[in-house]
Design a protein around this ligand. Sequence first.
Ligand SMILES: Cc1cc2nc3c(=O)[nH]c(=O)nc-3n(C[C@H](O)[C@H](O)[C@H](O)COP(=O)(O)OP(=O)(O)OC[C@H]3O[C@@H](n4cnc5c(N)ncnc54)[C@H](O)[C@@H]3O)c2cc1C
Length: 380
Amino acid sequence: MEEELYPIEMDLLHQPFYKAAIILEAKRVKVKQLGLWAPYLSEQDGGMGLSMIEFAQVSELMATTPFGHYVFNCQAPDIGNIELMHKYASPLLKEKYLQPLMKGSIRSCFSMTEPGHAGSNPVNMGTTAVLEGDEYIINGHKWFTTAADGARFAIVMANTNNNASKYERASMILVPADTTGFHLKRNISVMGDAGEGYLSHSEIEYTNCRVPASHLIGKEGSGFLLAQERLGPGRIHHCMRWIGICERAFQLMCKRAVERDMGDGTKLGQKQTIQNWIAESRAEINAARYMVLHAAYKMDLEGSKAAKNEISAIKFFVADILMKVLDRAIQTHGALGITDDTLLSFWYRHERGARIYDGPDEVHKSSLAKAVLKEYGLKT
Ligand SMILES: Cc1cc2nc3c(=O)[nH]c(=O)nc-3n(C[C@H](O)[C@H](O)[C@H](O)COP(=O)(O)OP(=O)(O)OC[C@H]3O[C@@H](n4cnc5c(N)ncnc54)[C@H](O)[C@@H]3O)c2cc1C
């Protein structure tokens, strides 16, 4: 990170993704040569076979620079799709899509959320997949499909049986992006930045998209089950990443506090408020890290289902710490903090969503509280 990425990270951020991708590709080749590619994958699949608790520590370091995960092919949403397809995709889909995804020669996206329906409880989705002969015909309107721009395929959540019970209506189906009827309407502008490629979130219309029935992932009606399976590791992966961002923002804040001369013979770091922010941030980041490592340890030992409460707790707790640390780091930098001359504004723009995606704070708090209260006999 320090030798290869920190020196070029600002340059990379100031150019369109597709231009930066050329430089990043060279870094990816180097990572492969060093034998550090996709460390969470098994050695058989070209990775290093790290456990969750090992990956948590590596992932934190990768996150200290905006393209760290991308360079090691550990970026969301691909990492989640890889894990999902490993378990549930047919041998044919694995060969055609999973293999190149693991090698980093293609990208993918995950298309569940819809503008017209509450994403935090996606039981009432409008997207349908109707089986006709040996093809599914998909119609629907999705948005916030991260990294769809330039992705080779989307894993789409669609209702295959509207009469089934609410958790058995939906299925996951792989839709190649060159399918007729797959229309990427726009990259959504987020806080003034529509981005492109891997750094974007798209609105997509699926109009009579026909895909082979064999593109079904898992069983028909298992969409929610698979989404939960995908989101368990997905959530802890985000938390690991957020710790790394916190550490880098903290480092920037401390450097600024030491360097900034206040004109009255003191440095900024001699002001008590700044000292409070530094002390609070240090303690909170440490606490967040130990919680994430503990959740990872439990997942390694007992699986993601058993660690459900720990995952809910870190999802809202670490996202909150991330917001606080970023905000304090920005405030410490004064006007400079909101410019694009430091990494802070990039992270502020890109990570505000941390409290919303993969389950908003409120949903995780509610599900954790319900699990606790159940132990005290409250029926929910
Ligand atoms: C940066 C970013 C990237 C994303 N990437 C993807 C992606 O790749 N693929 C994809 O399919 N989706 C993606 N999403 C969408 C994300 O999963 C949804 O935004 C999320 O599930 C919330 O759904 P919603 O936006 O429809 O909000 P709503 O469901 O309308 O909820 C709005 C607000 O209501 C509150 N709320 C919701 N439920 C409760 C409750 N039970 N109790 C109290 N308050 C509640 C919360 O504050 C919530 O923020 C992304 C979102 C963001 C911001």
